[in-house]
Design a protein around this ligand. Structure first.
Ligand code: AMP
Ligand code: ZN
Length: 117
């Protein structure tokens, strides 16, 4: 855990959030500023900065995140309608929070699949 990391604090229940699902490895909570009707963040319960910092020592947590998506989808009601998962890594992707997280977006028909700007 990183004591300066807001998502570590959410996973550790040190600050409040709207958690929809968790297990020993994973925590999923609603994004504070949703961009779609359903916007959930899924994070590992261990501090990993981003995808560039995934390795053998923490990959069990990343594996569990992958397995959690369909459970979260069921809970928030997008398992039948579908959803998009986005993971920003580093500066050019505009990653703001330096704790690996996956945006689950859904609840409406989504537009352009890849954004070029
Ligand atoms: P990114 O640009 O991929 O780093 O996305 C960070 C996301 O975290 C943004 O969508 C924020 O709205 C969201 N966020 C930041 N702080 C919180 C918080 N305390 N609770 C829930 N979502 C948050
Ligand atoms: Zn963290």
């Amino acid at each position: 855990m990183d004591e300066n990391c807001i998502f570590c604090k959410i996973a550790g229940k040190e600050i409040p959030s709207n958690i929809v699902y968790e297990n020993d490895y994973v925590c999923a909570f609603y994004d504070l500023h949703p961009v779609t009707p359903v916007h959930v963040l899924v994070i590992p319960k261990i501090h990993i900065q981003d995808l560039e910092h995934v390795d053998e020592s923490n990959s069990k947590y990343v594996e569990q995140v992958q397995l959690a998506f369909k459970e979260v989808a069921k809970i928030v009601g997008v398992d039948k309608t579908g959803y998009r998962v986005i993971c920003n890594c580093g500066e050019d992707a505009g990653q703001e929070v330096k704790h690996l997280h996956y945006h689950m977006l859904g609840g409406k028909k989504l537009g352009t699949k890849i954004v070029h700007e």
